[in-house]
Design a protein around this ligand. Sequence first.
Ligand SMILES: [Zn+2]
Length: 278
Amino acid sequence: MILVLEYVLLLGWLLPLSWCYWSWYHVAPRFALLDAPARSFMQVTENGHRRFCDICEVFKDNRTVHSSEFGKCIPMYDHFCGFMQGGVWAHNFKAYLLFVLLIPVHGLFCVVVSAWTLSQPQYRLILGCQIVALVLIGLVFFVSAIFAYFLWKQFLGRNVLYTEECAPIRYYKFESSDMIIRRDVSKPTENPWNLGLRGNFAQYFGPWYKTLLFWVPSPVVDGNHPVRADLTSLVPARPIALDEARWNRRRHAATTGFEGHEDLENSTVVRRQAAHTF
Ligand SMILES: [Zn+2]
């Protein structure tokens, strides 16, 4: 009975982990990069330009980040996981969250079983090994539980990516508005994608009956990120007037010789000489 549970728990995190790995090395390379459609609520550069990747040469969608490890723009790229040796992105978010949750669950199970065997007289001969194993497993449980807590809090509690947190100042534009709003996404109240616990859960896991189906990607994979309903009332809070909304990057580059480029490492807008003139 214990052995069956052990295998179930082992597969419980091993299968989502394998899926994450497969997603990064086989799905991500086949992911076609197209110019993002104009959306009614768009993440823009400080000057109100559409975000453009100079390496991939596409207009970036909301929450799309260029991954230097991968050399390509990745939707909802969060971080490169050293344990998995792969990246966490829109396609494998759900599996990754289940994987990090089930590691400490398995760890806790091993701690309980180890503690129980210590109390059994027939196992006394290998007591030293048992104590060492218990301490090691306890340590794995402790570390993985802390890791799981922070990751779940980050995605479900605040709906913020690690890459977004590294460059927290973001600019957004409503289609109908000539204003851009400046938000510090590291603050939960200012993050436009933070829909509250229930909303965030639905974003990452879909309907409740699909929660454990790690191979069914999250709804975030389709690129539609619902915006907080109360955000429109926040627009006049700190608006920045635009001199001119230049939506066509190439025309802009042709007239000025410069093009907007968002540097994702530090979220500052740098101006650089246009590579092409038209
Ligand atoms: Zn790119």
